[in-house]
Design a protein around this ligand. Structure first.
Ligand code: NAD
Length: 331
């Protein structure tokens, strides 16, 4: 166990979105390191929260079913905490276009009120915010580094950008230690796979396991990078534990890039079964598609020593194994 994990022993931690994919994986790790963990989640059915995600640690975490839009709940919940991993979010890009005000309330306004709760009730807390590469929009150059212009292509990207910058402003102006990680496609056990609301890869995993063809939109030549969830969790822990991260924004990224056709084929190969087909892009998705994306993670590597440790092949293998075992809880 790396020494920085010991620093979480006996600390008090709040994870917003803690019953979701990344939040629950983070909770599993923090419990191992001896932290006292409180999870706050609204369990809105369309989002990624799932009580099965805390199976095995349900008696070791405190679960608070609350909405981060509720300022009174947040005023109370931030008190006495050493760290806040701020992960609650509406994650669907398409939903953000159909329902822009809900996205605004959760990904933008609630982020400001969470920070206000910290300012008024616990300004010694350290915050790690889960931002997204979506805020870069359609890339101007590759690999995309943190200096790349922000020109989001959808409402979700705009609101996440605001959410991110509120954190940086509260760090800079009020000295509330906060940083942001711009996550790229993150995958692994406990992700939402019943539909494509969280990521297209989720529904692909379900389709390959249920023997239905994976649908790849367009020509399938769009390039992406992926982060296995345990690597994402490590980045969050490193960022939480480091003063060097305060006020900083870091990309996560990968050493491997892959186009979507090859990714579909890789899933089929690892599962040793299944098929994929290319289908025309649905127009509403095409309108907000970013084309190719892969990021540059050298900044976090240089400052915090993070780099991805799990290959795409190994990560997908572990993910498929998980859903073979637990699919009844996920679709
Ligand atoms: N998974 C990815 O590939 C990815 C990529 C970039 C950024 N992110 C960001 O990481 C964070 C976590 O994402 P995830 O993949 O674990 O998704 P997720 O949907 O599994 O987790 C988000 C959680 O937030 C909860 N939530 C949503 N609105 C809430 C509200 N108003 N009050 C309380 N809880 C609420 C949901 O119930 C869910 O459990 C999100 O902020 C997302 O934008 C994820």
């Amino acid at each position: 166990m790396p020494s920085y994990h010991n620093a979480f022993a006996d600390t008090h931690i709040l994870i917003t979105g803690g019953l979701g994919f990344i939040g629950s994986n983070l909770a599993h790790h923090l419990i191992k390191y001896g932290a006292h963990v409180t999870l706050v989640d609204s369990l809105i059915p369309e989002y990624g929260g799932n009580l099965h995600n805390v199976r095995g640690i349900e008696n070791q975490v405190t679960i608070n079913i609350a909405d981060v839009r509720d300022e009174y709940s947040m005023d109370y919940l931030v008190q006495g905490k050493d760290y806040l991993f701020n992960l609650a979010g509406q994650t669907s890009h398409l939903d953000s276009m159909h329902n822009p005000y809900t996205d605004l309330e959760i990904n933008c306004r609630a982020q400001l009120s969470i920070l206000e709760a910290c300012r008024k009730h616990n300004n010694r807390i350290k915050i790690v915010y889960a931002s997204t590469r979506q805020i870069y929009g359609k890339p101007d150059y590759f690999p995309v580094d943190e200096r790349h212009l922000l020109h989001p292509v959808d409402v979700n990207g705009i609101n996440k950008m605001a959410g991110e910058w509120y954190h940086i402003v509260y760090n800079n102006v009020y000295g509330i230690r906060a940083c942001a990680l711009r996550l790229t496609n993150t995958y692994g056990p406990r992700m939402r796979v019943k539909d494509a609301r969280q990521t297209f890869l989720g529904i692909w995993i379900k389709l390959v396991l249920t023997g239905e063809p994976i649908k790849v939109f367009g020509d399938g030549l769009q390039i992406r990078d992926f982060t296995y969830v345990d690597d994402c969790v490590e980045a969050m822990l490193l960022a939480a534990g480091s003063y060097q991260a305060d006020g900083q924004i870091f990309n996560l990224g990968s050493d491997e890039t892959i186009n979507l056709r090859d990714l579909a084929q890789l899933l089929v190969d690892i599962h040793q079964g299944g098929t994929f087909e290319t289908v025309p892009f649905p127009p509403d998705r095409k309108a907000i598609d970013i084309g190719d994306y892969y990021g540059d993670y050298r900044l976090i590597q240089g400052r915090l020593g993070w780099r991805p440790g799990v290959s795409l092949h190994e990560g997908l293998r572990r993910t498929l194994d998980f859903y073979r075992q637990y699919h009844t809880f996920y679709w």
